[in-house]
Ligand binder design. Structure first.
Ligand code: GLC
Length: 569
């Protein structure tokens, strides 16, 4: 039995948070790119969906070398998206709908168009302007080899050489991502002061939370040594990164009920938990849960591990199935290998979309029943899959370009949403739009538009709406989770995840056969129960359950049920 002893106090500890990828949500002005006016017009949709907060992907002016994660001005809005006044209105109108605003702050790097980087390029080696970044002479007699062997996370070397206006080669600068994303030097007090000011700028405008991009990468070993696999990484999860978050927490604590959320990919739960100490971040994304295969033992292990390391630091857990960096889970769960890793996106595997969709429905109910906050990524409420066949000429992701297509990259999860109609742009852009959506939508999405699904009682959208509303009323935010080992005296089969929170039981059947359910009122299922009579044999071969089992049938394979229990099972 696992129990979390954590009790929620404020909104973010149990919120359902919608990741809104601005350029792909809704385009109000027909330029093929989503914008803030498009979001404002659809706030009622999000309120009806039942989310408590929106996390906006970066909305700042950006040349879009990495879809906005290359920020040219942290205190403004990209003109393609709107204006600061639009953002203010969006924050205020969101609050009127009961929806809070979380923005994405990108502190590891900026755009090469940021005024600080332009000034650094114009300034000489050793200058104060260059000291805000990592500029170094190259190695070798002519300085024509990078200062060290670090590789970019997007492929290729992590260093690019500068050249003077007359073409004379100069120093190199560090970029852990694309060359258009120079890394800040967080050892420089100016960088620290600048970001604390940026946090206040947005908190003063009413923003409720900050999602911190690439949060474990900010500080580097100032000696910039070659990487040595046997040593701690010189640029990931260094001890000194925590000083930054202690300072940020102090800023957040100047305001009521603000939240700091870290994007942290680390294999080691002990290191992970350090970011959640009481004077650091409030929550971190749960990527082990996202990456886990569709397998009961694996999921149970991740859930237990998550709850225990969060309980140890007194922080609430988070649960996430998809985001703008990973293959959409409808596709992942329809493959032979249902696990995911950032360094092996594999679009060569056949996808059984019907199976993936069925599992995605089950996974959604499992995720929303767990204690803590739940993230959903735009489009998952429609059951969108990864678009794996985008034409090469339309692809934008630097990962695809920098690996020469060896890694398909992330464009397939970023295709603009289908809202209505039977042909692209499916209501994403207004009638008579000047441009096509920035990434092409598959014609098959005509069956997955909001319009088509809103009226369909069996659609993914209807399931999400019901689940998100029931989540608020049926799962008390502070209710601990307890695994069920048996119901009606019969052991729960190993391939079934069954737990209670308050009076509700959540049962997910990952076995190949239907299973019995505990006695109680069925309040939601991801797939209708099978009508097999109650005399079926439980999976473990024990005697059939008696008449205390739920009237109405068995829970099929790859399905989840929420049941209000009649009594303690
Ligand atoms: C984060 C973002 C990703 C971006 C990268 C560099 O991982 O989620 O989209 O490319 O940071 O900013």
């Amino acid at each position: 039995m696992t129990e979390s002893n954590w009790r929620p106090r404020v909104w973010w500890q149990s919120a359902a948070i919608y990741e809104l990828y601005v350029q792909s949500f809704a385009d109000s002005d027909g330029d093929g790119i989503g914008d803030l006016a498009g979001v404002r017009a659809r706030l009622p949709y999000l309120a009806e969906l039942g989310v408590d907060a929106i996390w906006y992907s970066p909305w700042y002016p950006s040349p879009r070398s990495d879809a906005g994660y290359d920020v040219a001005d942290y205190r403004s809005i990209d003109p393609a998206f709107g204006t600061l006044a639009d953002a203010d209105a969006l924050i205020a109108e969101g609050h009127q709908h009961g929806i809070r605003t979380i923005i994405d702050v990108v502190p590891n790097h900026c755009s090469d168009q940021h005024p600080w980087f332009a000034a650094a390029l114009a300034a000489p080696p050793g200058s104060a302007e260059r000291a805000r970044f990592w500029f170094r002479p190259g190695r070798g007699e002519h300085g024509d080899r990078p200062p060290n062997d670090w590789q970019s996370i997007f492929g290729g070397p992590a260093w690019t050489r500068t050249s003077a206006a007359d073409g004379t080669p100069g120093e190199w600068y560090l970029h852990l991502f694309a060359p258009e994303q120079p890394d800040f030097n967080w050892g420089n007090p100016e960088v620290r002061a600048e970001f604390e000011d940026i946090l206040r700028f947005w908190f003063d405008r009413g923003v409720d939370g900050i999602r911190i991009d690439s949060a474990a990468l900010l500080t580097k070993d100032p000696a910039l040594p070659d990487s040595d696999p046997s040593d701690p990484s010189p640029y990931t999860d260094r001890d000194d990164v925590h000083d930054i978050y202690r300072a940020w927490r102090a800023v957040a604590d100047e305001y009521p009920a603000r939240v700091l959320i870290g994007e942290i990919w680390l294999p080691d739960a002990t290191r992970f938990a350090r970011y959640l100490r009481p004077d650091e971040l409030h929550t971190v994304f749960n990527f082990p849960y996202l990456c886990a295969p569709w397998d009961a033992a694996g999921l149970r292990q991740v859930i237990d591990g998550t709850l225990s390391f969060h309980a140890a630091v007194g922080a609430p857990a988070t649960w996430v199935l998809s985001n703008h960096d990973v293959d959409r889970h409808v596709s992942r769960y329809g493959r032979a290998d249902t696990s995911f890793a950032l360094d092996r996106r594999d679009h060569s595997q056949p996808v059984d979309l019907a199976l993936g969709t069925r599992r995605a429905r089950a996974a959604a109910l499992l995720t929303m029943a767990l204690p803590g906050s739940a993230y959903l990524y735009q489009g998952e409420e429609l059951g969108l899959g990864e678009v794996e066949d985008l034409p090469a000429a339309r692809r934008q992701d630097p990962i695809w370009h920098r690996t020469n297509g060896a890694d398909p990259g992330r464009d397939g999860s970023r295709v603009p949403l289908p809202w209505s109609g039977t042909e692209p742009p499916f209501g994403f852009s207004p009638p008579g739009a000047r441009k096509e959506p920035w990434l092409p939508q598959p014609p098959a999405w005509r069956a997955l538009t909001v319009q088509a699904e809103a009226a369909d009682p069996d659609s993914m959208l209807t399931l999400y709406r019901r689940a998100l509303h029931l989540r608020r009323t049926e799962f008390p935010p502070g209710a601990p989770m307890t695994w069920l080992s048996s119901f009606s005296g019969v052991p729960v089969p190993a391939a079934v995840l069954a737990f209670t929170r308050g009076q509700l039981a959540c049962i997910t059947n990952l076995s190949p056969s239907p299973v019995e359910l505990p006695a109680g009122d069925l309040i939601l299922t991801s797939t209708p129960l099978t009508s097999t009579p109650l005399t079926s044999t439980p999976l473990d071969g024990t005697s059939p359950l008696d008449g205390t089992a739920l009237a109405g049938g068995l829970l099929p394979s790859d399905a989840t049920a929420w049941i209000r229990l009649a009594a303690t099972p």
